[in-house]
Design a protein around this ligand. Sequence first.
Ligand SMILES: [Fe+2]
Length: 342
Amino acid sequence: MLKRIPVSELKEGMKIGMPVLSPLGEKVIAKDTIVTHDVMVVISRSRAKEVTIMVSNEDLSQVKTQAKEMVMDGIENSINPVVFNTKEDVAQMVNRLTQIVMKNAKRKEYLQLMEKLKDYSETVFSHSINVALISYMLADWLNFPEADKEEVLLAGIVHDVGKLKIPLEILDAKRKLTKGEFEKIKKHSIFGSQMIKSAGLGEEIRLVALNHHERYNGKGYPMGLSGGRISQYGRLVGIVDTYEAMTAKRAYRKAMSPFVITEIMTANGGADYDPTFLNIFLFNILNRYVGKEVLLTNGKKAEIFSINRTNLGKPTVKMDGRVYDLTMPFLGKGVGVEEIYV
Ligand SMILES: [Fe+2]
């Protein structure tokens, strides 16, 4: 197979696929020549800007595998153990993400952005991977068609890509940000939208970067859009983004329990989020912990018995062979689930 590349990308050992011509049309290097240092000198003196080289199918598949390995390695170590808590879970999700990226026409652009994110900030990279995977799960719980689920996953990967333009001393600050610094961070939505536009990843993907901090009640940023004016995928990824950021372990705090996060996200009737998306998301996420051992806020250990549809943050738990409904003050007023053991 032939491939046209800029002279600057020419390397020793490559095979010339078509004669290299000077700007006047004279043949400078013949077809099938193996590129050596001397050949490179001759080509650069000829002032040709591009050359055609031979690429064997084997080389191409090797490139694909390398990219895949790079992504796989990065992802596997980034999976959020609170959400994906079995080895099978992790392996399955990593595979799915890799497959969806690799079959996309823009895989090169996605891989490049992923690599940049990983180099710039492990925290942002790992957050993005988890948001992508959880968003795919939510799209599945919402019965989205496969193509839409895949688009949501891809949007999750790049939703925070604008953070590449935020200085690390602000991004990684382990202290309360100043008002000015917070205003700077907020710009990542607009930066991300611009970057996605220039990478040509598509309008729905761009809108997720732009809209994921908008809130259903209009109290978000950058535009203060409300309700259905926020793109559908933007509303979806916005929920997962908030949830994942709180579940993930950070250097300065431990991971928060999904039940505590649920209480935070549903405070004031969950007005920040699309009500249908939020309800389906939390119910399904919390159901994954049925049967798991937990620590209650009163210091006692228990097991999640069932999730209460009407009060998601307060499940029914089993303790010493008895079942207690945490919406009732049997174990003391306001007792909740402090921690989940995984
Ligand atoms: Fe963000």
